[in-house]
Design a protein around this ligand. Sequence first.
Ligand SMILES: Nc1nc2c(c(=O)[nH]1)N[C@H]1C(S)=C(S)[C@@H](COP(=O)(O)O)O[C@H]1N2
Ligand SMILES: [Mo]
Length: 326
Amino acid sequence: MKIRSSEITPEHIYLNRRRFMTGIGALAAGATILSACGTQSGSSNSAPSNNQADTSAAAMQDDTAPQAQADTDELGDKLTPFDAVTNYNNFYEFTVQKEAVAGASEGFQTDPWTIEVGGLVNNPKTYGMEDILAKYTEQERIYRLRCVEGWSMVIPWLGFPLAELLKEVDPKSEAQFVRFETLHDPDKLPGQKSGWYEWPYIEGLRMDEAMNDLAILSTGLYGKHLLPQNGAPIRMVIPWKYGFKSIKSIVKIDLVDTMPTSLWMAAAANEYGFFANVNPDVPHPRWSQATERRIGELGRRKTLPFNGYGEQVAHLYDGMDLRKFY
Ligand SMILES: Nc1nc2c(c(=O)[nH]1)N[C@H]1C(S)=C(S)[C@@H](COP(=O)(O)O)O[C@H]1N2
Ligand SMILES: [Mo]
């Protein structure tokens, strides 16, 4: 299997090098590859991929076998095995080594958990996770996840549209963007003791992007509650954008009138834009984005504009020159 330098030299190592010209040890450590050739998901029906989950939030069990309502996404791409989805992760609050996140995040306490939704809204609210699980009906959404580093997966998420939650807090007319924040607690998230980044992790969406039905808050995958490594207990999934937009372990959502500065923009704005729509025609400054390695497959496949979701979202960017970096 060919691994390209963008994966072996991901964001953080480059940034560290740029500052100190070190990071060779980290480079070697990062070069181990996950062999993601595990079992296929057992289900054999080929139902459409956006189903109402038959596992209600209350019935969801952490000790049950991973399950999904289809074997493939709407393009016929096979689901990435559960073992790969939960053992090859980016979650810098724990470690920058993808294969080590699962171990490093084991035991991360996510109960109790509250999410504050406020800013430019008429009806600010603080939800306990139990309120969220009781209030919103979870759907299964099988989405492709395309990391900016050039690898991808197909994941059966459980979640609900962000728009449902936003409607409930009733945004004021001045609200133009949504700003998301991950828990900031260096004792529980030891990666936040590192000075490389401006913690906490921040991400953002423009209002119309946030209201698009594809943008979901996810609380589970493969029929189970999220494990810590995937952003428990609640994270965003925005399938037409590079994976770093899909912020994990959210505690705060604010409606704001100016474009939020994300953690990645603060670190390297010329490499990680605010919009960050998947785009094979716009290379990252250090690698091409024309192809990707689907975890568990040999070789590479072509990257699709908007990660294959153009029909649903391309209209949001009418008037933007899609050969440019945003
Ligand atoms: N808080 C936080 N959210 C995050 C990250 C992170 O390091 N911290 N990594 C992002 C990146 S780069 C990717 S590709 C996805 C990976 O999600 P997964 O591990 O569930 O596949 O999470 C995103 N969300
Ligand atoms: Mo990523």
